[in-house]
Design a protein around this ligand. Structure first.
Ligand SMILES: NC(=O)c1ccc[n+]([C@@H]2O[C@H](COP(=O)([O-])OP(=O)(O)OC[C@H]3O[C@@H](n4cnc5c(N)ncnc54)[C@H](O)[C@@H]3O)[C@@H](O)[C@H]2O)c1
Length: 338
């Protein structure tokens, strides 16, 4: 059985990937400082090795490497609030850059005495593309981030590339578009606090008690004036990690690769609201506000590189299904909290 260290495994995408790893016969070992992750998620994952700690703690990382024979790493741990990253970039550079480099340095230092470098799968982001000139976005679209968060992700992609060339570290960076939905069996789902993602916010706005959902601008050059985004079911993202991991583990060659994880189909904010109303049979309470600085009108990507090279195939391509899973999870979460 191969041991996979999963940083940020108590978080949203990390926990779904841990489930996918278990299903595929891997042994996941989670490290999470629980700043945004949840202990109840770890319990739901069953009999999984969990280390409460920080990836910036070199001593702890060294202990993990010597205690478990780690075959590969999937690195989710990061802060991911774009707005906050511009107000408090120190927080983002410290965690997403310093702590990630700390982890990657420990991988290289430890692997030097082993017969092979421990490969890494890294959670990058569509935020590294900034405001693209052409749509759909491909992996060769210029990466010009427009916020601190996007910069931190691009820096780690570059670190992985430089370390790959110099030390033979193999890596796959997945540039996710909007992760959405919840596990299809309703066991786990999205539980961010604060929540900033459109689908959970639109679902919350179906409650009469909630404040209205703000739509940031309806004068964009799109069919209904609202911004268009590309949504990927979280279980499909998780499965892409398994494929990336298998590619890294089975290759004797050094790999430094980048893949978009997207559906190639865009939905406007109004499309999402309409789908939430259809799925829940409830009205979404919303108001039109001003545009936010730095919101591109459309972010839709081409993921054919992952489809062809990794044989990645998305199972949940219908937006109503994604929203249905998110809604079922939301109801469960509410009943847990009340
Ligand atoms: N959710 C999305 O749509 C999306 C899109 C693009 C990229 N990403 C990236 O994917 C990754 C996972 O996103 P998510 O939505 O699951 O976020 P999340 O906040 O739910 O999960 C991140 C986890 O990492 C943990 N963590 C953060 N810093 C840590 C540290 N220094 N040491 C140990 N644990 C730490 C948090 O406690 C949390 O459990 C992040 O790197 C994010 O930037 C997410």
């Amino acid at each position: 059985m191969q041991n996979i260290l999963v940083t940020g495994g108590a978080g949203y995408i990390g926990s779904h990937t841990v489930r996918a790893l278990l299903k595929e016969g891997f042994k996941p070992i989670i490290i999470d400082n629980l700043v945004y992750g949840h202990k109840y998620v770890i319990k739901k994952l069953g009999n999984v090795e969990f280390i409460e700690g920080d990836i910036g703690d070199s001593k702890l990382i060294r202990q993990i490497f010597s205690r478990f024979s780690i075959d590969a790493i999937i690195h989710f741990a990061a802060y991911a609030y774009v707005g906050e990253s511009c107000i408090d970039p120190i927080k983002y550079y410290k965690n997403n850059v310093f702590s990630s480099i700390n982890l990657i340095n420990e991988i290289v230092n430890f692997s030097k005495n082993q017969d092979r470098m421990i490969p890494i799968v890294f959670s990058s982001s569509c935020a590294t593309y900034g405001i693209p000139k052409t749509i759909p976005i491909t992996e060769s679209t210029p990466q010009l981030p427009i916020n601190a968060y996007g910069n931190t992700k691009l820096i780690i992609e570059k670190v992985l590339s430089d370390y790959g060339k110099a030390y033979g570290l193999s890596s796959i960076s997945f540039r996710y578009f909007n992760a959405a939905g919840a596990s299809s069996d309703g066991l786990i789902g999205e539980d961010h606090n604060p929540e900033t993602h459109l689908i959970p916010l639109a679902i919350m706005a179906t409650s009469k008690k909630s404040t209205p959902l703000s739509i940031y601008g309806n004068d964009y050059p799109t069919k209904d004036g609202t911004c268009i985004r590309d949504y990927v079911h979280v279980e499909d993202l998780a499965n892409a990690h398994i494929l990336g991991l298998k590619k890294l583990l089975s290759s004797d060659e050094k790999i430094i690769e980048y893949y978009n994880l997207a559906m190639g189909k865009g939905y406007s904010v109004m499309d999402i609201i309409n789908s939430v109303e259809k799925v829940t049979n409830l009205k979404v309470n919303y108001k039109i506000g001003n545009r936010r600085i730095g919101d591109p009108s459309m972010l839709v990507a081409n993921a054919s590189k992952a489809f062809v090279e990794l044989k990645w195939k998305a199972k949940h391509t219908n937006i109503d299904t994604i929203i249905k899973h998110a809604y079922l999870w939301h109801k469960k979460l509410l009943s847990k909290k009340t």
